[in-house]
Write a protein that binds this ligand. Structure first.
Ligand code: PMM
Length: 303
């Protein structure tokens, strides 16, 4: 994805009255732009603007209403934010208007169910995030089922990657997303996170993960039978962000950008500090073989 150094943080800018955690807060253009600029200043590498809530049970928003909500916000953010802007939509006509307004990435939670989407993205030379979802937002959480969630999501992402390449989107513009919360039980979400490396290997392109404030964080982080409310899911979100970045994710999509940016910085610094010296000081030599009592493994101080 051009202009984005990985790992990175994608910021959520929902211009909707009903998104599941921030609905209605940024419906006004001025407030949405101000919020987006704050998120860019906090270190977001991409601003993801959406005009349609996709929370469980939500109904589709007509394309002209999505355009009315997002295009003025995208125009200003593309001109002022200094980072790439993406459009969160499943509708190619909305994506086209957003690209025209200055967006350079399309975030498509249906991975191209609109047959015009992939050709449009290819033609525009834009980045493309494609996500796995079982069902539709209206019904997806009623009874999600998989025989093997990791294998099925991985195979779906591999097939949609191939379709995107076939449509002419270069591999370097693609990111795959396992779709936490989209037709998945708590156990499915946890399994996908636990085996994110296998999902990434199957997808064959960088992985984006969107855990922010989702239901499984409330359920797992709360007491039994008492899920945490939306406004108490930030610490749990950060835990999943750190896990995801350390287990194969290249980008995380979050509401609260600053802690995620800090996590990226610390994880990168720790990864860079892994010793590469073939003969490191004894103090940080990894314990590959247990030394015999009182005898040092390197001719120096005993362990
Ligand atoms: N989640 C939501 C919306 N769009 N896009 C991607 N790629 N991945 C996600 O996990 C995702 C998404 C729902 O969350 P929101 O209503 O808080 O934006």
């Amino acid at each position: 994805m051009r202009g984005v150094e990985l790992p990175a943080v994608m910021a959520i800018v929902n211009v909707t009255p009903d998104s599941f955690s921030d609905g209605g807060r940024f419906l006004d253009v001025g407030r949405a732009v101000e919020h987006g600029l704050e998120l860019a200043a906090a270190g977001a590498a991409v601003l993801d603007v959406g005009g349609e809530s996709t929370r469980p049970g939500s109904q589709p928003v007509p394309a002209d209403e999505q355009r009315r909500r997002t295009v003025p916000v995208i125009k200003r953010l593309a001109a002022e934010a200094g980072v790439p802007v993406s459009i969160d939509t499943t509708d190619a006509s909305v994506a086209a208007a957003a690209l025209e307004a200055g967006a350079t990435v399309v975030n498509d939670i249906t991975a191209g169910r609109d047959p015009a989407m992939m050709p449009l993205v290819a033609e525009a030379g834009a980045g493309y995030v494609f996500m796995h979802m079982q069902g539709t937002p209206a019904t997806m959480q009623l009874d999600p089922r998989y025989d093997d969630v990791v294998a099925e999501v991985g195979a779906f992402l591999a097939a949609r990657r191939d379709a995107a390449l076939e449509a002419g989107i270069p591999a370097g513009e693609l990111m795959a997303d396992p779709g936490l919360g989209f037709g998945k039980t708590v156990a499915h979400n946890l399994t996908l996170l636990a085996r994110l490396g296998d999902v990434a290997a199957a997808a064959g392109v960088p992985i984006l993960v969107g855990p922010s404030r989702k239901g499984f964080i409330g359920v797992v982080g709360g007491a039994p039978g008492a899920p945490l409310p939306l406004d108490q899911r930030e610490d749990g979100t950060l835990a999943t962000v750190v896990w995801a970045l350390d287990h194969g994710a290249s980008m995380v999509r979050v509401h609260d950008v600053a802690p995620a940016v800090e996590a990226v910085r610390l994880l990168s610094a720790m990864a860079a500090a892994v010793p590469t010296d073939p003969d490191p000081p004894v103090s940080w030599r990894p314990p590959t073989a247990a030394p015999s009592a009182g005898v040092s493994s390197a001719g120096g101080t005993a362990w």
